[in-house]
Design a protein around this ligand. Structure first.
Ligand SMILES: [Zn+2]
Length: 346
């Protein structure tokens, strides 16, 4: 346990220097070999996402689309809002702080479409939903001031964790120096009375729990400065997600092993705003220079579905109040995921 924390800190330090983890011998990993190709062309580009959102806004009377700022390279950053009654509880879903973790955004886009259909009827009467998809569009589009030549995916573009300046946005939640982080804090966190937040990410492809590879992992805030009630809310949010995902045939979740730094949104946002946060790490990244982090596209279907299931289950549990009575004791027995080979994300 202690050892893991230390390695996390080391990973964080590397990340800040914009020198991603050194790849082991290339060709050494199990990676996507046998799990077919990784082609980034099937993912929404930033502009495809923008037109998708504009089209949904035109179709859905309850949906509002807002620009909350611009990325380093000048791309508009979007906030999707369903806010019928400010008195209702509010949940925020955040995707792609790390540009190479795109299936979370794909799932969020699909969920936004669902919100405009009959099967979600009435849900938004009782819960406010905020979605910030693709907070790091420059990284997602590979439009960055450093080389991605050794990244492994094929397709129209490479995707990277960092923003255009090589900064990890999920280490910028205390000083808030980057324009993407500033937009999130100034135009979303400070403006709305948010109760819950799920920060959606992807981790490496080779974590396991009880000997079986996980479809993802979850974690509540682990800083000692978090208010106990906020922490309890996070654990309840995690219980909703765990029950919805782990009970499916394809879902298998472990407990993420994460650090206490408040530069990370899971910790920092819980402390600064009193919001119950949950980190959700899906399996496998869309692109990376380190092969074992990347997952072939045959897994896309269930990972997108995992995001949709997560968003759907949590908004319903908040809307009908059932989240309040969730039993959080599963956290005491949920095993921390183990890594078949060193990998960290968050
Ligand atoms: Zn991430």
């Amino acid at each position: 346990m202690k050892k893991t924390m230390i390695s996390l800190v080391a990973a964080g330090a590397l990340v800040l220097s914009a020198a991603p983890l050194q790849a082991d011998a290339v060709g050494n990993g199990p990676n996507y070999g046998g799990n077919e190709t990784i082609n980034t062309s099937i993912l929404h580009t930033y502009s495809e996402m923008a037109s998708y959102l504009q089209k949904q806004e035109a179709k859905q009377k309850d949906m509002e689309l807002e620009v909350i700022g611009q990325s380093v390279k000048g791309r508009d950053l979007y906030l999707v809002k369903y806010m019928k009654n400010p008195e209702n509880p509010t949940i925020l879903f955040l995707t792609q702080q790390h540009g190479n973790e795109q299936l979370t955004t794909e799932g969020a886009l699909e969920f936004i479409k669902h919100l405009g259909t009959g099967k979600m009827k009435g849900v938004t009467d009782n819960v406010n939903i905020l979605i910030v998809p693709m907070l790091n569009p420059d990284g997602a589009m590979g439009d960055v001031d450093f080389s991605l030549d050794d990244y492994v995916a094929s397709g129209d573009r490479h995707l990277t964790r960092y923003n255009a300046l090589g900064v990890d946005l999920n280490r910028d939640h205390v000083t808030k120096i980057q324009p993407e982080t500033q937009a999130l804090h100034n135009q979303v966190m400070q403006k709305y009375d948010i109760d819950y937040m799920i920060d959606l990410h992807h981790q490496g492809a080779r974590s396991e729990r009880d000997g079986e590879l996980v479809s993802g992992s979850i974690l509540y805030p682990t800083t000692p400065n978090v208010d106990p009630d906020v922490l309890e809310g996070s654990k309840k949010l995690g219980a909703v997600v765990f029950d919805a995902v782990d009970s499916t045939g394809w879902g298998h979740l472990g407990k993420y092993v994460g650090g206490t730094a408040e530069t990370i949104s899971r910790n920092g946002i819980a402390v600064e705003y009193g919001i119950s946060t949950l980190l959700f790490e899906m399996r496998g990244m869309s692109d990376h220079e380190y092969e074992p982090y990347v997952l072939g596209q045959k897994s896309n279907g269930y990972l997108i579905k995992q995001t949709i299931t997560t968003l759907d289950a949590t908004v319903r549990a908040i809307a009908d109040g059932s989240i309040e009575s969730k039993d959080t004791s599963f956290w005491d027995t949920l095993a921390e995921q183990r890594t078949r080979q060193s990998e960290e994300d968050e």
